[in-house]
Design a protein around this ligand. Structure first.
Ligand SMILES: [Zn+2]
Ligand SMILES: [Zn+2]
Length: 375
C-alpha cells in the first residue's frame, strides 16, 4: 500500500466525522438522554443537505436539467454546502467528467478501480484538483461567491447552525452531535453509495453497456438518486426515478416549485425514447444469453425479436408525429378539445402497443432463461 498517495488531512477528517457522529452521539445520548429536538435536527439537517445536493448540486447545476430563480439557486447552494462535498464548481467538474468518461481511467470515481475507490478512496487520494468543463458555472456570480468562501459557509451551516439551534434549548453540544456530525455521516455515505453501490448492485434497465444500475432502495435514502442506470442514459432529464411511483423527492420538488414559477424550462426525455431504450436494453441482454442456444432456436428467436423491434420503431415514428401535433396545438393556444382528445387517444394506443411488445420480449427472455424453447 502506497501511503504517500493519500491526503492525510482528508483521511483524518473522513475518519473522525463518522466516529464522532456515531459513537459521540450514542455516548452523549446515553449520558444526557435524548430530547425531541435532536432527532428532529438530525432529520431536517439530513433532508436539507441531501436535497441541496440532489436538487441543487446535481440536477440544477451539474446537469442543468432545469432553471431556477436566483433565490432558489441561493437556498440550494447553501443547503448543499451543509453536505460538505466541496463547492458546486468543483463538485460539478468531477461529476461531469464522471459522466463523460464513465468507467475509464479518467472517471474520477470509476467502479472499475474497485468498490472502495468509487465509494471514498478517490476523495482520500492526493491529487491535483483540476477544474474543467464548467465555464457556465464559473460565470455564475452566486457560484463564484460560494467557491471563494466555501469553507466558511460549509462550517457555518453544517456545524455552527445546529450548535446554535441546540443552544436555544440549552444543549449546544447535543445539537452539534445530532444535527452536525451524525447528519454529516449519513449525508456523506449515502451520497458515496451512489458512486459505489449504484455502479455495483441493481438493474440495468435502460443501458446494459454501462456499470450504472437502478436501485430503488438506494433512491429511498438519497432523495431519488438511486435510479442511476436511467440517470446515466438520460442525464439531462430532471427525473431520476422516471416512473410515476418511483420515490424521487428531487423530481417532486422541482415540479412543485415550477407551479409558482420558481423553476422553469424543466427538461424531460420523451416517453417513446425511454421505452425504446428499455427495449434496446432488453435486446442487448438477451443476445448475451443467446450463445448457448441451438442454432435453429437462435434463428427462430432472432426473427421474432426483429419483428418486435421493427414494430416498435414504426410506433415510435407515429408517436413522434403525435407529440409534434401536441406541441403545435399548445403553441397555437387555441383550445381544440376534439383534436386534443384524438391525440390523447392515439398516445394511449401507442403506449398500449408498446407495452404489448415489451411483454412479448419478456416472454422470450423467460423462455430462454428457463430452457423451455417452446415459445
Ligand atoms: Zn454514476
Ligand atoms: Zn449525474
Amino acid at each position: 500500500m502506497n501511503l504517500k498517495k493519500y491526503n492525510w488531512w482528508m483521511v483524518s477528517a473522513l475518519t473522525l466525522i463518522p466516529i464522532i457522529g456515531i459513537f459521540g452521539t450514542v455516548l452523549y445520548s446515553y449520558q444526557n438522554g435524548i430530547v425531541w429536538q435532536e432527532p428532529l435536527l438530525f432529520i431536517l439537517g439530513w433532508w436539507f443537505a441531501g436535497m441541496g445536493i440532489t436538487f441543487g448540486y446535481h440536477r440544477l447545476f451539474a446537469h442543468r436539467s432545469f432553471k431556477a430563480h436566483p433565490i432558489i439557486q441561493f437556498i440550494a447552494l447553501i443547503f448543499g454546502s451543509a453536505a460538505i462535498q466541496n463547492s458546486v464548481i468543483k463538485w460539478s467538474s468531477d461529476h461531469r467528467v464522471h459522466h463523460r468518461k464513465l468507467d475509464t481511467e479518467e472517471d474520477p470515481y470509476s467502479i472499475t478501480k474497485g468498490f472502495w475507490h468509487a465509494h471514498i478512496g478517490w476523495i482520500l487520494e492526493k491529487k491535483d484538483s483540476q477544474i474543467k468543463g464548467v465555464k457556465d458555472l464559473q460565470n455564475n456570480k452566486l457560484l463564484q461567491w460560494q467557491h471563494k468562501h466555501y469553507f466558511k459557509i460549509a462550517i457555518t451551516v453544517s456545524f455552527l447552525l445546529p450548535m446554535m439551534l441546540g443552544s436555544i434549548y440549552g444543549r449546544p453540544f447535543g445539537g452539534l452531535l445530532w444535527g452536525g456530525f451524525l447528519k454529516l455521516t449519513l449525508v456523506h455515505h449515502f451520497t458515496f453509495f451512489i458512486n459505489s453501490l449504484c455502479h455495483y448492485a441493481g438493474k440495468k434497465t435502460f443501458d446494459p453497456t454501462t456499470t450504472a444500475r437502478d436501485s430503488w432502495w438506494v433512491a429511498f435514502f438519497t432523495f431519488g438518486e438511486g435510479y442511476h442506470n436511467y440517470h446515466h442514459k438520460f442525464q439531462w432529464d430532471y427525473r431520476n426515478g422516471v416512473s410515476w411511483y418511483a420515490f424521487d423527492p428531487g423530481k417532486w420538488s422541482i415540479k412543485f416549485l415550477s407551479w409558482f414559477g420558481l423553476t422553469k424550462d424543466i427538461r424531460t426525455v420523451s416517453e417513446y425514447h425511454i421505452l425504446m431504450a428499455r427495449l434496446e436494453g432488453m435486446k442487448n441482454s438477451m443476445q448475451a444469453n443467446y450463445t448457448s442456444l441451438p442454432e435453429k432456436i437462435k434463428l427462430n428467436y432472432q426473427i421474432k425479436l426483429n419483428n418486435f423491434y421493427d414494430n416498435a420503431s414504426k410506433i415510435v415514428e407515429l408517436w413522434k408525429e403525435v407529440e409534434k401535433d401536441f406541441n403545435e396545438l399548445k403553441r397555437s393556444k387555441i383550445t381544440n378539445k376534439f383534436q386534443l382528445n384524438i391525440l390523447k387517444q392515439k398516445r394511449k394506443l401507442y403506449r398500449t402497443e408498446f407495452a404489448g411488445i415489451i411483454h412479448g420480449f419478456t416472454a422470450i427472455m423467460i423462455s430462454i432463461k428457463s430452457g423451455n424453447y417452446s415459445f
